[in-house]
Design a protein around this ligand. Sequence first.
Ligand code: ZN
Length: 259
Amino acid sequence: MGKIAEEMGFNKTKDEKVKAYCAKCVLETNHQVLQSVDCNGSEVVGYYQKMPETIDWSNNYQIIQCCGCDTISFRHRNWCSENQGQIGPDMWDDGSSSQLYPHRSNATRPIHDFYSVPSGLRRIYCEAIECFNGKLPTLCAAGLRAIIEGVCADQNISDGPVEINKKDGSTAVQRKKTLQGKIAGLSEKGILSQQYAAIFHEHRFLGNDAVHELSKPTYKELSLATDIVEHMLESLYEVPQKADDLRGLRLKRSEKLKK
Ligand SMILES: [Zn+2]
């Protein structure tokens, strides 16, 4: 290993304009660097005609602000001379790559504010979306299953009618306490439409006996399942609360008119 030289500076990239995805604007926008910590390094790896050959790198740790909506976030830009010409999903052809915090791109999902959802379920929902955005599909699927189980517990659903195949080739309906049974129970109570329950059953990571197999779902499957879970939370907890709020406002208004 050759001699390594590193130096750290401040605000060398301050006021620079960079393109970054904004989760609030839901598109890539101009961002201004408000503050930065900037590190440069190099290592001598050999000599050519008595001139040192080096590997160089730089890291810029930037606080950035969206020029559209003023949201402030964090960006880490890394550059290495060895990466020049390599083009990857997160890499530019000058050898630099950048990472945004919180993680976001046009493929990330926003976390909805489900104020009326029970706090335990809301926490699991947030964790599931964090796993989705953090590219942890197995844990995201586990989170979605936990939300379904939690909704069932909250709504006193412990089983549901499941069609089973008998040995003689005929089918019969049995009440089951498995996740599949509970999904059917949600549909039976009208909490989940039959169409949505069928989609859950179709996907192995949510239906049948595959619950314990930890099979890895695709992002498309996960995205669809997350859409359905969000829709279920919205219609079960948020819409009735909004209706209550509206009723309260109407009552207040009519009482004012009477006075
Ligand atoms: Zn923005």
